[in-house]
Design a protein around this ligand. Structure first.
Ligand SMILES: O=C(O)CCC(=O)C(=O)O
Ligand SMILES: [Fe+2]
Length: 222
């Protein structure tokens, strides 16, 4: 009873959780179009647009903790971590919670945490090819991206390019950042990049983590 009530509020189209598991097993990445609830995408897009208009975002950098630096030549987005402050955020995070549970049950990944930030790419911004996690650090295991822009036009740029795990030069998919699209991939394996965008681009990037203990120090969440 409770489980089915919770499932009804998930923002994924039915069948999406299974499709994600199958794609991750087969190829290490998943892209689904029109799988995230329209109304939720609209709400979250409005929330992010407001934040951008009110200077409530921080410039994104690369590297964690002490190593964190701004590098506009590598990534040009501005971000804000989700904090459950709005109904939209809570629904998105609940949906990711269901995905976490499914991944743990089906693939025994032992995912313990999920962290996610809104990302706003102004016109001209990009994110050069990268991996979201480095082998052995075992922190970020699965990456997720939910796209929020309604009606992305042809020629709008801003696609996420996914490259083959065994050949970072070989493009395997190009994802249009259209509201409703959801992408998910193995953080340590799948190189990807964001091409320069021709209009303001809105998304939520998130990561399922195992807590990595490094030399006895618990890896901080951010
Ligand atoms: O927004 C996207 O399509 C991907 C963003 C990304 O790669 C990241 O934030 O690590
Ligand atoms: Fe990334």
């Amino acid at each position: 009873m409770i489980a089915s009530a919770a499932n009804d509020s998930l923002a994924f189209r039915p069948g999406t959780l299974n499709a994600i598991v199958d794609a991750l097993v087969e190829q290490g990445w998943y892209v689904g179009r029109a799988v995230l609830d329209d109304t939720l995408c609209r709400t979250l897009h409005q929330e992010l647009t407001q934040m951008a208009a009110h200077d409530a975002l921080e410039e994104a950098g690369i590297g964690r903790g002490q190593q964190h630096v701004l590098r506009k030549d590598i990534r040009g987005d501005a971000i804000r971590w989700l904090d459950r402050e709005s109904e939209g955020q809570r629904r998105y995070l609940e949906t990711m919670g269901a995905l976490q549970q499914t991944l743990n049950q089906s693939l025994f990944l032992g995912l313990l945490e999920y962290e996610a930030h809104f990302a706003h790419y102004p016109v001209g911004a990009f994110y050069k090819r990268h991996l979201d996690s480095f082998k052995g650090r075992a922190n970020r295991v699965i990456s997720t991206v939910g796209y929020l822009n309604p009606d992305w036009p042809e020629g709008g740029g801003g696609e996420m390019v996914i490259y083959a795990a065994d050949d970072p030069e070989r493009e395997v998919a190009r994802v249009i950042p259209q509201a409703g699209t959801f992408a998910c991939f193995l953080s340590e394996e799948i190189p990807h990049e964001v091409l320069p965008t021709q209009l303001p681009r809105a998304s939520i990037a998130g990561w399922f983590r195992r807590n990595a203990s490094l030399g006895g120090v618990l890896d901080p969440a951010r």
